[in-house]
Ligand binder design. Sequence first.
Ligand code: KG4
Ligand code: ZN
Length: 338
Amino acid sequence: MTAQHQLVLAFETSCDETAAALVADGTMVRSSVVATQTARHAPFGGVVPEVASRAHVELLDEVLVQALGEAGATLADVDVFAAAHGPGLSGALLVGVSAAKALALALERPYVGVHHHEAHMCAARLEAPDLAPPFVTLVVSGGHTLIAHTTAPGRHEVLGQTVDDAAGEAFDKVARLLGLGYPGGPAIDELAGRVAADAVRFTPPMLDDGLDFSFSGLKTAVLRHHREHPDRPVADVAAGFQRAVVQVLVTKLMRAAAATGAPTVVIGGGVAANSALRAAVVEAADAAGLRAVVPSRALCTDNAAMVAVAAHERLALDGPTPLDDGVYPNLPLSTLNP
Ligand code: KG4
Ligand code: ZN
């Protein structure tokens, strides 16, 4: 194995997607398979951890076989086995991590445990291979919302993060209270796209206030509005909510770019699949003369290709992860910069 011809097989099982991917040289996706568990969790209105763990166990084998088949590879061709080891649901993380470690042990290859948010930040590189530090990334997922300044490969300074709910969590909770079902982000995105965003207005939370985020007050404001005006079209309320979220996310991303002088802004995580956010980031970056890197939607939501890219970089920076390493349900991004 050389760093130039390194085939990484990665698993992603931190929440409700069971995914496996093979990526060559940290840049070339040979296959990326994602089995979503949405239908299993939808009756409960959200992800049920125990259901997620069991579903990962059931689905992992077939996802692995499909990923190898699509890549035209066998396990013997794999140079490195990797998995997202945190943050996420502990029982869910254990499935991907245990599989990666077992394969690494059996085939005598290195194992690399990957930070899920760093993986989201690495997704952009698959379509923009020239992306190099310094840049600022907005990571907006169901579990977290943060802005990081990447100053060198693998070195991320967290500039701001949510003080309560994650942006995706807010999308999901607002969708539930508006009766739009689960998962809420895509439902609000689709509905809001059909109407003008300003029929119902909400104040973007903490807009003028540094680089941290808060979404729980906005969720309460939407709930109050919905109770007080039950006749207002749900689409107008959803559009107003989405507009407030997008405005605050983009304002802070651009503020972070201005504060650091970074010439490039990047987005990642499930909420980065949002149509309004994607358009607003490109527009704001254009206006400021910055480069915007907006990965395709399938690379924004959870997938294993992004885990493989992060593993390729982490192996070069830190070496393999010991096989007695565990999973980390709560894992601040700052642990990557000791
Ligand atoms: O990154 P991700 O796939 O999983 C986590 O790491 O959490 O993000 C999932 C989140 C969910 O909250 C989902 O509602 C949200 O991303 N999401 C969206 C869209 N697609 C997924 N939010 C807004 N608009 C979308 N199009
Ligand atoms: Zn994620």
